[in-house]
Design a protein around this ligand. Sequence first.
Ligand code: PLP
Length: 452
Amino acid sequence: MSQNCEAIYEYSAKVLDLISKADVDQTEASWITKQTVEGFREYVNPGFLAYRKSVTKGGQYASVEWRDSGPNCFIDLHGKEYIDCLGGFGIYNVGHRHPKVIKAVKDQMDRQALHSQDLLDPLRAMLAKILAELTPGDLKYSFFTNSGTESVEAAIKMAKIHQNNKGKHTFLATTRAFHGKSIGALSGTAKSGFRKPFLPLVGGFRHVAFGDIDMMQKTMQACAMVGEDVAAILVEPIQGEGGVIIPPDDYLRNLRELCDQYEALLIFDEVQTGMGRTGKMFCSEHYQVVPDIMCLAKAFGGGVMPAGATIASEKVFANLFENPFLHTTTFGGNPLACAAAIATINVLLEERLPERAAEIGSWFLAELKNAVSGHEDKVLEVRGKGLLIGLEFLNDQIGYEVSKGLFDHGILVAGTLINAKTIRIEPPLTITREQCTKVCNALRSVLAGLTK
Ligand SMILES: *Cc1c(COP(=O)(O)O)cnc(C)c1O
């Protein structure tokens, strides 16, 4: 590539001009669309275009998102509005661009964006205090991150430093788990398609069927018998990416008991289930189980800033007291992210969004069940907790067709290339009943239009 600085300068200036505009005209919209599609093909990854084609009808794969429209919708470049039932895989719990979150971030940005990295930064301390109060049991100290993957990575390292000198090195995760894709987090993730190209991963990870407490107990026992004691169990309270899989009611409590019995740590990955999504602030509260380490991200930054946290009990976190630089990140816990997270928690409490998720979620679930009744040949199950809902189809193909049909009706759901058999409905917790009814009606009409 030649160093054509003048052309680069002009191109960047043109893009900056577009960013600054509240609205673009037709010519600009066409230019942006062309640049986006070409840019993905030539410079990002053409695989994304193939994926978009697989989940949309006709030319709609080239739909380019441009602006939000109220808390629960967004609009593409050509003015088509979509109800956001994907919610960025669960990042928009307080809705898109909640004014309080935006204000907090803007106010902070106007004063100081990122910190010196050396002096004590106040918002990190205040957010950590809020989290210690908000999270269950004796969870107390927080390490801040920029993503769910980093939160899980930190949790694994905290468990390792706590257990290494006790000779416990084995990590138990569960089948169909999703914990992220860095080498450490991927070791906990269960999907063979994501893992196989990168083997061998971190040593000592084993996977046990999710929800099967007998198998977990036998595995703990076997590990102890062969001298490969378990350092920690890493688990999502409800599996998100795996297809909204809800464990038996006593599963998490039994895991807690097993961990206590074998002196293993219990790590809850609440990256997707936290921040009110399932009808409680944290999903583990439904089951009244307190983990030793909890991972947060996704909705933690209010859908405005990337932000995550790993919160641990003092017993576990104390291993990092002597040398706080043992595990660090430059941007984790930056003032903008902390401002966003503090505002997000304030909004969740003020608007009682966890309670709202429980209430509207159980009504929406019942409505969705109604909408699919009579289609038992296509839909296997509708299940969920709060506003984490999964529609499981007979096969991938039906999942694709339903996602496509809903997109055509202006509704975005998560029908992924990897697992279209179950599509996830994870709207902002602010979604209205009217919007839910629209989704149900669209689902009815899409299912009715499907040939077997
Ligand atoms: C999304 C997700 C992650 C990974 O988070 P990223 O922010 O994408 O790195 C980890 N765990 C769970 C349960 C998730 O849903």
